[in-house]
Design a protein around this ligand. Structure first.
Ligand code: NAD
Length: 498
């Protein structure tokens, strides 16, 4: 008997019997560690109904009471962060240090949401016309759906949930069915922090659950993070059903290395950003653009560092890179290595030969490095989402910018250089939402917002930070005129004041 991971509805574990379930693996051993219930229409209705029932009281709960719960949740999350990180490693496979980093970034978002009192202040214009005041109020939307991917099972839900509930919404969270347990621990900690029943519900499932949320008339908004084809589908379907949707998609992130860059710093960055979390990050660097003449030297330094990278079970403190999330995903990533060789790219390091410090059944694939990759090869055009790094060579900064801007994705990018003028031009001209200057993974801190351009985001609001608060509220503007104070009007003096 394996463990069962079930929904969390109305403040408690779901007591029903699921008609469908999925397998949850331990990627470092390849064994099934749990079965997860997969929701059908009845469970979607149940979760949305719980959230809808909880909404009127939650939206009327004093802002100070809402933020007190967020502060309490923040304390509990901090106290239990190791447990949450261990769950992430057990089901996703990323090494302990990566999992701890994920939880740290999640905590930052909770801390931001604790400032709701400040963030929800509206504007006020006295005497916009004589005796007329105009002011704005930010109100919650109602029930919102949050649909998250497998690669950050703790952090991505916590990009949205704290901000959504801080604004007075209630939530149905549909985490990835590949690593569902972290979301349940989050819901338990919220309950322990005093969040009323029904304000946060966790619904496990796959496409059926997503479709149910997209079509449900009581769901007012959807925050989605996942691959580009699904993000596009979620955006189109959700908006067709009249919902507010932000749908963050996939990526192909380029790191441009100019000839005057510190090559050791650039090589370190390429390895940590290319292979950290086994390349399963939407902000992973998957393309290094080496601007002539640094190509040979840079490739040699990256290859040297890869040779020292320890691949193994994420629970071991010695491991620096873990397995891929499932056997099917591992096969898909490996098929790109085959395709890259067939297309004529130079395979500098072959991850299929890796020696692993872990169980034979794990979903292992070592860091792989290709050089002399061309833009028409599938290893360049497709998001591989694994430990495969491609080096493309370009003759100049102009040619590098042209390459980055021609790519349909626009999530993250970085430039490595010692020249401030070149960096400034790059940040100005590059058509990408998040830019690093000598920083390979420029994930914005919680008080900025996270989001890519082009096929990396559908909708007009980025995630978390100020744009997150904007997404989870709608503004009402009141224009008010009051008659003059009664006591001042002739013949209308109040007897109690006389
Ligand atoms: P995915 O698109 O397969 O799944 C994301 C979510 O959608 C999951 O909850 C899943 O159950 C659901 N889903 C899957 N297929 C669906 C379908 N056909 N219809 C409706 N719902 C469906 O993504 P994933 O493999 O879990 O995550 C990896 C992807 O997410 C990568 O492309 C990565 O770049 C992207 N990602 C993007 C960001 C970002 O901020 N832009 C952040 C993290 C991950």
């Amino acid at each position: 008997m394996t463990r069962r991971v079930s929904h969390w509805i109305d403040g408690k574990p779901w007591a029903g019997v699921a008609t469908r379930s999925g397998e949850v693996f331990d990627p470092a051993t390849g064994r099934v560690r749990a079965h997860v219930d997969l929701a059908g229409p009845a469970e979607v209705d149940e979760a949305v109904a719980a959230a809808a029932r909880a909404f009127p009281a939650w939206r009327d709960t004093a802002l100070s009471a809402r933020t007190r719960i967020l502060f309490a949740f923040r304390q509990l999350l901090d106290a239990r962060k190791d447990e949450l990180a261990a769950l992430v490693t057990a089901e996703h496979g990323k090494v302990a240090a990566d999992a701890a980093g994920e939880v740290r970034r999640a905590l930052e978002n909770v801390e931001y949401a604790c400032g709701a009192g400040q963030l929800l202040k509206g504007g006020f214009s006295e005497n916009a016309s004589t005796g007329v005041d105009v002011y704005s109020i930010a109100q919650p939307l109602g029930v919102v759906g949050v649909i998250s991917p497998f690669n950050f099972p703790a952090m991505v839900p916590l990009w949205f949930v704290p901000n959504a509930i801080a604004c007075g919404n209630t939530v149905v969270l549909k985490p990835s069915e590949k690593d569902p347990s972290a979301a349940i621990l989050v819901a338990e900690l919220f309950a322990a922090a005093g969040l009323p029943d029904g304000v946060l519900n966790v619904l496990h499932g796959d496409r059926d659950a997503v479709d149910g949320l997209l079509a449900h008339r009581d769901v007012k908004a959807i925050s989605f993070v996942g691959s580009t084809p699904v993000a596009r589908y979620v955006y189109e379907t959700g908006t067709r059903h009249g919902k507010r949707v932000q749908a963050l998609g996939g990526a192909k992130n380029h790191m441009v290395v100019l000839p005057d860059a510190d090559l050791d710093q650039a090589a370190d960055a390429a390895v940590s950003a290319g292979f950290g979390s086994a390349g399963e990050r939407c902000m992973a660097v998957s393309v290094v653009v080496a601007v002539d003449p640094v190509g040979d030297e840079l490739v040699a330094r990256i290859a040297d560092r890869i040779a020292g990278l320890r691949v193994g079970d994420g629970r071991s403190p010695d491991s620096e890179m873990g397995p891929l999330v499932t056997a099917a995903h591992r096969e898909r990533v490996e098929s790109y290595v085959v395709a890259g060789v067939a297309a004529g790219a130079r395979l500098v390091v072959d991850g299929r030969d890796v020696t692993v410090d872990g169980a034979a059944g794990g979903f292992w694939l070592g860091p792989t490095l290709f050089d002399r990759v061309e833009p028409d090869m599938s290893i360049y055009t497709d998001e591989i989402f694994g430990p495969v790094l491609s080096v493309v060579r370009r003759p100049s900064l102009d040619a590098a910018l042209e390459l980055v801007n021609a790519n349909p994705y626009g999530n993250g990018t970085a430039v490595f250089t010692g020249d401030g003028g070149a960096a400034r031009r790059f940040q100005h001209e590059v058509e990408v939402g998040m830019v690093g200057v000598n920083v390979p993974i420029p994930v914005p801190v919680a008080y900025y917002s996270f989001g890519g351009w082009k096929d990396s985001l559908f909708g007009d609001s980025h995630a978390y930070g100020p744009e997150g608060f904007h997404f989870f509220t709608r503004t009402k503007v009141v224009t008010a005129r009051w008659p003059a104070e009664r006591a001042a009007r002739p013949g209308s003096a109040r007897p109690d004041l006389a």
